[in-house]
Design a protein. Sequence first.
Length: 312
Amino acid sequence: MSIAEAGEFGLIGRIVSRLGSGEATLIGPGDDAAVIRASDGRVVASTDVLVEGRHFRRDWCGPEDVGHRAAAANLADIAAMGAVPTALLVALCMPTGLDIGWAEGLADGLSAEAGLVGATVVGGDTSSSPTLTIAVTALGDLRGADPVRRDGAKPGDVLALCGRIGYAAAGLTVLSRGFRTPKLLVEAYRRPVVPYAAGPQAARLGATSMIDVSDGLLQDLGHIATASSVGIDVRRDAFELPGQMRDAASALGVDPYLWLLAGGDDHPLAATFPPGVTLPPEWRVVGSVQDGSTVTVDGKAWTGGTGWDHFR
């Protein structure tokens, strides 16, 4: 059955039937708006959009994969503020000839990724469009903590990273060359593994700044450097190069550090911490904050790419 055959309200009914309910949801789908509990009195909000052909391809990703990717891109932003995600709002713009099973799979992926943090999809909108587009708004709760912003890094702070990096970028290169293996890298592109709990954890540890690495480590660290009026130096030797990534880079003729330093879509969290803070093992120190205004690698300007820019 196509979207056109199901009709707008038939589509909405099928999607809503696949969504769960979370403890923060007071009123879910079905009214003009949802009502979400905000025990902190403050709501953290973020929006991201995925456009077919720009952010994903249906011949590379199944509908559940796209749902996971769309949810993760937003939930990671909430975590990067030190907050706990509570809800997602989703707007779907789809070609009328799209099979309704694809939309159901997308809903399953969105719901499953949100469920990893106890959040739910609580509403949204649908429209016909020649281009498949998914716009997601995520909401979160600070639970009494102060938000961790980008403008608090200070010279002397350490730079640490939590989560995988370079895997999704390597998977994208593999897919773009027409291959489907190594599976580890391809699956990392299809479904990111995001350390959501590390965001509130970093806030409790006293992080001075934090960011979701979505567009490339060096580029996203540049946002912290600019906001905090500091320089940041990254150490190449701080990064482990997995065997499958090393082998793929050799086979494809790619410098693997381009994936590590400039690749996106893994959504690890990068944060700065005051010197002397004892970090849990999942956080690894990869650099330092210093006087200056730029991001360097091993004390030198980086001449390779720094990350993704939608308009370049």
